[in-house]
Each structure stands twice: as C-alpha cells, then as structure tokens.
Design a protein around this ligand. Structure first.
Ligand SMILES: Cc1cc2nc3c(=O)[nH]c(=O)nc-3n(C[C@H](O)[C@H](O)[C@H](O)COP(=O)(O)O)c2cc1C
Length: 168
C-alpha cells in the first residue's frame, strides 16, 4: 500500500505530524508539501494534513483536498484548540465534506499545535468583547498548545495511521 503523505504547514506543526506519519508508512511511500502539488495518481492511500485557519482547512490544503479522486484518504490536522473540543470536531467535519464522494475516507487524526507568537501578540490588542481577546481561558489554552505537537502526539499520529493501513 504505497502512501502519499501530503501536508500544508505554515509554522511547522503540521509538518512534524506529517513526518511522524511518513516514518511508519511502507516502503515506496512519499512525503511532499502541498505547495509542490505532488501527483497522487501512483499512490493507493493519500494522507492529507492541514492546519486550521479560522475554522477551516488552510486554503492550500483545501485546494488539494478537492482535487483528490478515487483514492483511500486519511486526514490529519493541527489547531490551537483542544483536539477533543467541539471546535476541533467541527473543523475536521468541514474538511471531511470537502473530500470528494468518489474517495474512500478511512479515518482522521487531530493534534493540538502551538499558536504563532505573532498571532498571540495580535490577540493582545483586541477589545475584550472580541471572541479572540485574551481572556484567562484563552491564555491557558495558548499555554496548553505551546508544547504541541509533542512526542506523544507524534506517536499517536503514527499509530492512528498504522491502524488505518491495517483496516484497508
Ligand atoms: C491565521 C490563523 C488562523 C487560525 N485559526 C485557528 C482556528 O480557527 N482555530 C484554532 O483552533 N486554531 C487556529 N489557528 C492556529 C493554528 O491552526 C495552529 O497553530 C496550527 O497548529 C498551525 O499549524 P502549522 O504550524 O502547521 O502552520 C490559526 C492560526 C493562524 C495563523
């Protein structure tokens, strides 16, 4: 089962997860960023990773997701929010509906990913009534996110994709 691991990553979190998945994929697999627009034709399974941008897969990943045809697909994503939150679940669902119906969606994996310090600085300037203003809860969330993806996340990512391969 040759796998193409293709990912979009702005600050490196999703790339780390992609590398961990690629490490456990069979010989003959390939890893590439979406910006290289790798061909998926020669692969049986496409592991597609993205980062969450305002509740959606980032734009480059969206374009790629919508192109994939006739493949087995596994999705992975990183986001600032807790991976078992409703927000995370909603984001993954939005990605799943972008996968064309002629693909076979095998599974997904979600990891928290640290939020870029530049973005947190912007949040500091927001008025208190803004949904992203730095309330104590949001400060705590950014603190929790700051160590992710960690070694456990990377191990879990590899295990999740090994399980997907085993299911096929
Ligand atoms: C412009 C922008 C928008 C973001 N929107 C969200 C969001 O809606 N929800 C969330 O949980 N995290 C959001 N994040 C956090 C990123 O999804 C998170 O830091 C991710 O791990 C970044 O992945 P990367 O390092 O591979 O680029 C956003 C980050 C940026 C820069």
């Amino acid at each position: 089962m040759r796998t193409l691991v293709v990912y979009s990553s702005r600050t490196g979190n999703t790339k780390k997860v992609a590398d961990a998945i690629y490490e456990v994929m069979p010989e003959g697999s390939k890893i590439a960023p979406v910006k290289d627009d790798p061909s998926f034709e020669d692969y049986d399974f496409v592991a597609l990773g993205f980062w969450v941008d305002k509740g959606l897969p980032d734009k480059k990943a969206q374009e790629y997701i919508r192109m994939i045809k006739g493949k087995k697909v596994g999705l992975f994503m990183t986001l600032g929010a807790d991976p078992d939150s409703e927000h995370a679940n909603d984001c993954m669902k939005r990605a799943e509906v972008m996968v064309r119906s002629d693909n076979d969606l095998i599974g997904h994996f979600i990891s928290q990913g640290k939020v870029a310090p530049k973005l947190i600085k912007m949040f500091e300037k927001l008025p208190p009534d803004h949904p992203h203003s730095l309330t104590p809860e949001r400060v705590a969330l950014h603190e929790r996110a700051s160590t992710h993806p960690d070694q456990e996340d990377l191990r879990n990512a590899g295990d999740a994709f090994k399980d997907m391969l085993a299911k096929m």
